[in-house]
Design a protein around this ligand. Structure first.
Ligand SMILES: Cc1cc2nc3c(=O)[nH]c(=O)nc-3n(C[C@H](O)[C@H](O)[C@H](O)COP(=O)(O)O)c2cc1C
Length: 354
């Protein structure tokens, strides 16, 4: 793999990246607030049409003159209906279900939009875009950031021409970024962030953005010491007033509840707060994204409307209980100062023991 640099990461005032958070939390206001505070904001485009993505880009540009990124879901294969039938019957026994359809999340139109009207960075999860698509985005002036969970995925992303690797550890809230999500993938444990960073540092010269379970200056300092150029934080921003987090989710994140990986809500492994739906259906849920996502959409919407946290996908990372209720700009400033303090403290400890 070749040596590389990120102009974006070389120019941020603080090494903090806002994770894209599709499904509500990500807003133009949150993205702009992080950018204005000296971090790098990202806008989630997952679940949005190309037209809605364009509207959010326009709103973000109206709120900040700083650069920001847009995140896309890489589409995977459709799942044969027969593989979903048992699970849909299990859920359908006591829930209203949606149509378990397949789509590409408006992939081609969103790529075209970002090539025609580029942003500073386009980041990806659930896979790696083709070398051709990477080249189109880079020719338009964007950096291409690919989320990886292993050295094998990092090699694919580097070969496709990625500028930056987002290293997602097992601690991360929300969906696993894995390029595939098959039952055989469960045979191995997901790598924790520190293990992943050390492995990637040995395997690639590409800049690394560390993500997963980082909620304090000490956590960010650890990621930087392990070789990351910046830290990407998601869950810690969920309670910010600028975030579009639903009230049920916002309240649940503040409570010290264990998290678990599950396919129960969407057919793709994701980390969320343990609740009744997750406990009852994790063992039987098949891989089948986005079909299961669409099938469970009505029951999740009904639970949110009824303020019932037991049937909502409460995505959260392992350190969710540390998320403060603070304006995003204040949170970035607090985290940046705490990171510096933690790095200095670690260095002084090391020197004292030499
Ligand atoms: C509510 C929520 C939604 C998320 N949506 C996305 C997304 O749209 N795209 C993406 O690449 N990652 C998404 N993620 C994962 C984040 O990019 C990141 O890996 C994760 O937030 C890091 O762990 P943390 O939540 O402990 O900070 C989401 C995470 C959460 C908590």
């Amino acid at each position: 793999m070749s040596e590389n640099q990120s102009v974006i990461l070389d120019h941020v005032d603080v090494p903090i990246v806002l994770a894209p958070m599709a499904g509500g939390p990500s807003t133009p206001e949150l993205t702009a607030a992080v950018a204005e505070a000296g971090g790098f904001g990202q806008l989630a485009a997952g679940y949005l049409s190309a037209a809605d993505t364009a509207a959010r880009i326009t709103a973000t540009r109206a709120a900040t003159g700083k650069p920001f990124g847009v995140n896309l879901f890489v589409p995977g294969p459709a799942t044969p209906p027969a593989d979903l039938a048992d699970y849909l019957a299990e859920l359908g026994a006591d829930h209203e279900l949606g149509d378990p359809r397949f789509d590409t999340d408006d992939w081609a139109a969103k790529l075209d939009l970002l090539v025609a009207d580029p942003v500073a960075a386009v980041s990806f999860t659930f896979g790696c875009p083709s070398a051709t698509d990477v080249a189109r985005l880079r020719a338009a002036g964007s950096e291409v950031w690919v989320t990886v969970t292993s050295v094998a995925e990092a090699r694919v992303a580097a070969d496709a021409g990625a500028d930056v690797l987002i290293a997602q550890g097992a601690e991360a809230g929300g969906h696993r970024a894995t390029f595939t999500d098959r039952p055989e993938d469960d045979a191995t444990d997901p790598l924790g962030l520190l293990a992943l960073l050390q492995l990637l540092t040995a395997a690639t010269d590409l800049p690394l953005v560390a993500t997963g379970g980082l909620a304090t200056g000490a956590g960010i300092a650890a990621a930087l010491a392990a070789g990351a150029t910046a830290a990407q934080l998601g869950t810690v921003f969920l309670r910010c007033p600028e975030a579009g987090t639903h009230q049920v989710h916002r309240a649940a994140v503040a409570v010290d509840t264990p998290t678990m990986l599950t396919r129960a809500f969407t057919g793709r492994r994701a980390r969320g707060l343990r609740n009744r739906f997750l406990v009852e259906h994790t063992a039987t849920a098949p891989t089948g994204y986005p079909e299961i996502h669409y099938a469970t959409a009505p029951l999740r919407a009904a639970a949110r409307a009824a303020s019932n946290p037991e049937e909502v996908n409460l995505w959260a990372g392992q350190t969710h209980a540390l998320a403060p209720e603070l304006p995003a700009g204040e949170l970035v400033a607090t985290l940046a100062a705490a990171t510096k303090t933690a790095l200095e403290a670690a260095l002084s400890r090391r020197i004292q023991h030499c």
